[in-house]
Write a protein that binds this ligand. Structure first.
Ligand code: CTP
Length: 459
């Protein structure tokens, strides 16, 4: 179509479960001009603006809008500043949007004419989701460091009903459910807990119990989200992943950073190549966390086991497959209190992961390239802002995002959304990502065992 002398109208929205209200709005928008462009928000952008419960994927929503014969072009909206850019790019005459947004887009008047259109009463995607999508019944396994935060954050994911817990200590369960009235049912027998209608579980126990608890849950056909690492042996990790595949259920480690909107945006921005060829990724994660009532001593599980998943995630996502791994660890009493893990990747690129439970350091991350670097301030794993920096400091720029709560809700939302869509793996944290990330800690275990054996031989 020749767009010269045509009146171009643009509108934006999520368009989840395309409904009558959307159709009316889109027809009204089209009636304002000759050519209608619809911007459909992508999942990551929706999450970053607090829309956690969208039920269809970006592609499904784009396809539904594309199928409308009066829509001329569909684009994907990826970030907040895009609207202003699109007004210029498409030489837009009218920006149209429902009047539930009245005033919110007045700032676009400097690029185009902004028109607020009447919204259809009595229908919304939120209502449809409530009516048509059953709630995912979810249960807690164990009473660990993050269980309380998980309950608090799951409350924001409306597709989940979290009302059950299993833990060994019945008195502790009673106390926990008293403090959390939404947790109505408590079990101190795991088989009984798995026998209920629970469809998905979140496991937060001592690391060495993960394998058995996950295995039983998968065998019972439950989807599993478990604190990282999900297993302590390579063969157990493999076994669990293939069991999940066989059972057609989801198995994900609870690495919250992987699901944060800003972290995913960071990965996309790096791909654009502004910092040149990437040479090195360095990330630090330390914690002096001590908790008296934790069932197993947290620290005694080892700094690498508890913390290496986070730096390994960033290094793996940016540099890909590992070629070699070297450990520089400290600590005694059978566990490490700090570890400097140096990995090599393709083209000689290097990853430097620093973890510690017995020393405190700046928890930042740097991605170095041939033209510049990205700096993610502490705590980088709760990604909020990152800086693209260059030798000529005038060229440097920054990205800033807000996230709600402690950041767990994005991971819970993704877990729920995958279950609802019938997906058994996540693209954000695929089974091969999980293997690559978890294997750092598992290889460290082999390294320690080998070293102990050599020491004994020498004596
Ligand atoms: N819209 C409308 N009438 C409705 C619902 C939405 O006119 N009953 C319009 C909105 O004003 C917006 C567009 O449709 O211009 C896309 O809105 P979207 O947020 O995707 O739809 P909602 O149904 O409001 O979604 P949710 O319930 O998830 O907020």
């Amino acid at each position: 179509m020749n767009l010269k002398n045509k009146k171009i109208v643009i509108t934006y929205g999520t368009y989840d479960m395309l409904h009558e209200g959307h159709l009316k709005l889109l027809k009204r928008a089209k009636a304002l001009g000759d050519y209608l462009i619809v911007g459909v928000t992508d999942e990551n952008y929706d999450r970053s603006r607090g829309k956690l419960n969208v039920s269809q994927s970006t592609q499904e929503r784009v396809d539904a809008v594309k199928a409308l014969d009066f829509v001329d072009k569909v684009i994907v909206e990826k970030h907040k500043k895009q609207k202003a850019e699109d007004m210029v790019k498409y030489d837009v005459d009218i920006f149209a949007i429902g009047d539930d947004w009245i005033g919110a887009f007045d700032y676009l008047n400097k690029y185009t004419h902004v028109e607020y259109l009447p919204r259809t009463e009595g229908i919304s995607s939120t209502q449809l989701r409530k009516k048509h999508i059953g709630l995912i019944k979810m249960g807690l396994v164990g009473l660990g460091r993050d269980t309380q935060a998980f309950v608090d954050e799951a409350a924001y994911v409306s597709s989940i009903k979290l009302n059950r817990i299993y833990a060994d200590d019945f008195l502790a369960i009673k106390k926990f459910s008293k403090e959390n009235p939404s947790i109505e049912y408590g079990h101190d027998n795991y088989e009984d807990f798995l026998d209920t209608h629970v469809q998905a579980v979140y496991i937060d126990t001592a690391l060495k119990r993960h394998y058995t608890l996950i295995k039983k849950a998968l065998e019972a056909g439950k989807h599993v989200l478990c604190e990282n690492p999900i297993a302590m042996e390579k063969k157990e990790l493999k076994e669990l992943l293939s069991l999940a595949k066989k059972q057609k259920v989801l198995l994900l480690p609870a690495l919250k950073t992987a699901f944060m909107p800003a972290f995913n945006q960071l990965l996309k921005e790096i791909e654009k190549g502004d910092i040149g060829e990437i040479k090195e990724v360095r990330a630090t994660r330390t914690s002096l966390y001590r908790e008296k009532n934790y069932p197993e001593s947290f620290i005694a599980q080892g700094a690498t086991n508890i913390l290496s998943g986070y730096p390994s995630l960033l290094i793996h996502k940016v540099l890909g497959k590992r070629k070699s791994t070297t450990f520089f660890d400290q600590g005694d009493d059978g566990y490490d209190t700090s570890n400097l893990i140096v990995t090599t990747h393709k083209n000689g690129t290097v990853g430097v992961a620093r973890v510690a439970t017995g020393a405190k350091s700046e928890g930042d991350a740097v991605i170095s390239g041939t033209k510049g670097y990205v700096y993610i301030p502490a705590p980088w794993w709760l990604t909020k802002e990152f800086y693209f920096k260059f030798e000529d400091s005038h060229k440097s720029y920054k990205f800033k995002y807000e996230f709600e709560g402690c950041g767990l809700r994005y991971m819970i939302a993704e877990f729920a959304s995958l279950i609802q869509r019938g997906k058994h793996t996540s693209q954000t944290l695929s089974p091969s990502d999980i293997v690559a990330i978890s294997r750092v800690a598992l290889e460290y275990k082999d390294f320690r065992e080998q070293r102990a054996e050599n020491d004994t031989k020498e004596k």
